[in-house]
Ligand binder design. Structure first.
Ligand code: ATP
Ligand code: MG
Ligand code: MG
Ligand code: MG
Length: 472
């Protein structure tokens, strides 16, 4: 099944159940508490809070998502990408658990044909009702697991709508890791679909056992997120999204330019670098098409980091000379049919990534000169170790990755004062974190506003749907 069919199967299924499609929200959200769109529900946050009446009670979308928290995961796991498409169906004061759970099961096992013996389910720790519904569908008790706040209670990470969730996981088989179900974190049990019963309001706290739940939302709502890349990889019998039709043209180019074939998921650093370059090129193309440009902070810095990481891994693969313009061109080739903004933005995307690649290469050359003279100085004094401050300056001013510095020092028979480097880096992180807290602070301030929502609507009947709305 091609990725286009995976998308359209989802949309047809929910259209037949009364859902109206809305376009993906932009990657740059209209929400001061959010750096980049990271879930289908983002654009409906005001609807869940009762601040806005959605155009229909049942909506569906294919949402562009970027998760910076997963940057380090790309390459380390086979299931995390920095960009992914989230298929979602949403209900506002309409259907709830009794509808959405059987539908999810029917779609996955009936329409996508997933083997029901490979599907596992998680429910929130005290959600007897959800468990009973899964049991009534024939899911055996030993393939239903109960998890706590961290895994099975969803929020946007800040005060706002939240709720218990129930998730569907796919068993990729013993060759991917030990048995034990989704409660065992690892590669074997891959989370596919999150069904959130969006019924509560989250508070500010974020303790070990999760956050404080302030009270009920004006209505009981549904929010689901199904990862298109993960599902497509399973349906196409491959291990990663890079090997699906969505990214294959780009992935092939990386292999051609590296002069070697993808060695498979056990292929160590080479496999990892190939996936990182491909993933980051896709994310960069989508970000630039949505108006983000490389810069020193915020969204622009996320983009710059991704591009630099992609270039770094391209060089590690032995790819010299410009790659990214061609590579993002291939991304547009593979995904432009579903995402017209990529096609429209293609000239800009190619120009921006080419300029950034040239700039970073220059940086690498300048950094190399600085590094070489520092190494020469240290060698003359016979100190044996490069100061952590030099490594940090290279990192901070030139964007020079620490592993490059370590490599070069090692070749010259020197070590690097990594403790000092770590301390300086940590101090810088704390500063950046303080800036990030500003954004969270906004969300915390809004908590009072949300409490107002609670006070207004309390536990009374939700009356947001008095007006009628025609299906479109
Ligand atoms: P995981 O536990 O695997 O990190 P998650 O619990 O963070 O996933 P959700 O926030 O529940 O993910 O998002 C809903 C769905 O989106 C997931 O079930 C998964 O299919 C998909 N998804 C989430 N993060 C990623 C990612 N980094 N790359 C690809 N797909 C993802
Ligand atoms: Mg995650
Ligand atoms: Mg999860
Ligand atoms: Mg999840």
């Amino acid at each position: 099944m091609l990725s286009d069919d995976v998308r359209s199967t989802f949309l047809t299924f929910f259209r037949e159940r009364g859902h109206v499609r809305v376009p993906s929200g932009p990657l740059v959200p209209d929400d001061p508490t959010l750096l980049l769109a990271n879930a289908g529900m983002n654009q409906f946050k005001p609807c869940y809070l009762g601040e806005r009446v959605p155009e229909h009670r049942r909506l569906m979308s294919v949402q562009k998502c970027v998760r910076t928290v997963d940057i380090e995961n790309v390459g380390r796991t086979t299931r995390h990408d920095t960009f992914f498409e989230m298929l979602g169906n949403f209900a506002f004061g309409d259907y709830f658990k009794r509808e959405v759970v059987p539908w999810a099961w029917e779609l996955l096992t009936g329409h996508y044909g997933l083997d029901r013996d490979r599907l596992w389910v998680t429910v929130f720790r005290d959600d007897d009702e959800a468990e009973a519904i899964w049991r009534s569908l024939g899911v055996p008790a030993d393939r239903i697991q109960r998890l706590g706040m961290v895994d099975n209670h969803w929020s946007m990470g800040v005060p706002g709508p939240c709720g218990p969730s129930s998730e569907l996981h796919y068993d990729r088989g013993p060759e991917f890791g030990p048995d034990g179900g989704p409660a065992v974190d690892g590669e074997r049990f891959q989370e596919l679909w999150n069904l959130v019963f969006m019924e509560s309001l989250r508070g500010a706290g974020d303790g070990k056992d999760g956050y404080e739940v302030l009270g009920p939302l004006p209505a009981k709502n549904i929010d689901t997120g199904l990862g298109l890349g993960r599902l497509t990889a399973i349906l196409q019998g491959v291990d990663t999204v890079c090997e699906t039709d969505m990214l294959l043209p780009a992935f092939r180019l990386v292999q051609e330019r590296a002069g070697r074939e993808y060695p498979g998921r056990h292929g160590g650093d080479v496999a990892r670098s190939m996936r990182i370059v491909t993933d980051h090129a896709r994310t960069a193309a989508f970000l630039i098409a949505d108006g983000v440009l490389p810069s020193g902070d915020g969204r622009g810095y996320v983009l710059r980091r991704l591009l630099r990481r992609a270039i770094r891994h391209a060089r590690l693969l032995g790819i010299e000379g410009p790659l990214l313009a061609d590579l993002t061109g291939r991304v547009v080739g593979g995904l432009g049919g579903s995402w017209p903004e990529l096609v429209a933005g293609r000239p800009l995307v190619e120009r921006v990534v080419a300029a950034e690649e040239e700039r970073f290469d220059r940086t690498l050359r300048q950094g190399s000169r600085l590094l070489e003279s520092a190494i020469a100085r240290v060698s003359e004094t016979g100190a044996g170790s490069l100061p952590g401050r030099t490594a940090f300056e290279l990192h901070d001013t030139y964007g020079f990755p620490i592993d490059l510095t370590l490599d070069a020092a090692r070749e010259a028979g020197l070590s690097v004062d990594e403790d000092e480097f770590g301390r300086l880096l940590e101090a810088q992180r704390r500063q950046a974190h303080a800036a990030g807290q500003g954004r969270k602070g906004d969300a915390v301030a809004r908590q009072d506003l949300y409490r107002g929502v609670l006070a207004r609507h309390g536990r009374t009947t939700f009356v947001g749907y008095d007006r009628t709305s025609a299906e479109g």
